[in-house]
Design a protein around this ligand. Structure first.
Ligand code: SF4
Length: 199
């Protein structure tokens, strides 16, 4: 197929354009396509920092090859250091561009943040387990979040299937100590990634 180039941003700090190089039927889902794309910048220095922008259950980073795979938007998206991107379970080229635009936005944000990144934002999520999160929750098992226990909620937060804002008791002023505990554990940036939007 003829390569299609899209100018997604004009003032992105790292990536602005994406080219669709190939579209093939998706072997994972009938009726959908697998799209091969190329971004207009190397992602070599950025991919390991992208890991912290997604819940641990949604992301896999192969350190040796610096390959990042995201399980988001109901599909697998793999980003390579060269700027190559593959995306399966995609409807068509418009759907591919819409989805990669959101990821390009994150890439540019991460690139911007790298120069000002604080120790707090360098939190290593691979060392945080469900019990660490559980210890920062009210532990009342009130079910307001839709889960039967706070521990189940903690597991789902790490898998990316729940958001911190859904624990309504955390919004109460008398539970601020738990929010502070989460802040110390995760850092502000990861709190937002995990769905905390403040009081
Ligand atoms: S809403 Fe919060 S306190 Fe209640 S069960 Fe869910 S996680 Fe626990």
């Amino acid at each position: 197929m003829q390569e299609l180039e899209y100018e997604v941003f004009t003032d992105g700090s790292l990536v602005n354009k994406v080219s669709i190089k190939n579209i093939k039927p998706c072997i994972a889902t009938e009726g959908k396509v697998r799209v091969l794309m190329q971004l207009d910048a190397s992602l070599d220095a950025i991919l390991k920092h992208m890991v912290k922008r997604y819940p641990p259950g949604k992301v896999n980073f192969v350190e040796k090859k610096k390959i990042l795979t995201l399980s988001i938007y109901h599909r697998l998206i793999t980003l390579y250091p060269s700027g190559k991107v593959t995306m399966n379970k995609t409807l068509d080229k418009e759907d591919a561009v819409e989805t990669i635009t959101k990821i390009m936005e994150t890439i540019n944000q991460v690139y911007d943040d790298l120069s000002t990144m604080t120790q707090e934002e360098e939190v290593d999520l691979s060392k945080i387990g469900p019990m660490d999160l559980y210890n920062c929750l009210p532990q009342s098992n009130c079910e307001e979040c839709g889960e039967t226990t706070c521990l189940a909620f903690a597991f789902k937060i790490l898998s990316g299937d729940q958001e911190l804002k859904n624990c309504l008791p955390l919004q109460e002023p008398w539970n601020q100590k738990y929010v502070k505990c989460l802040g110390n554990l995760l850092g502000d940036s990861m709190m937002q990634t995990m769905g905390w939007n403040g009081y």
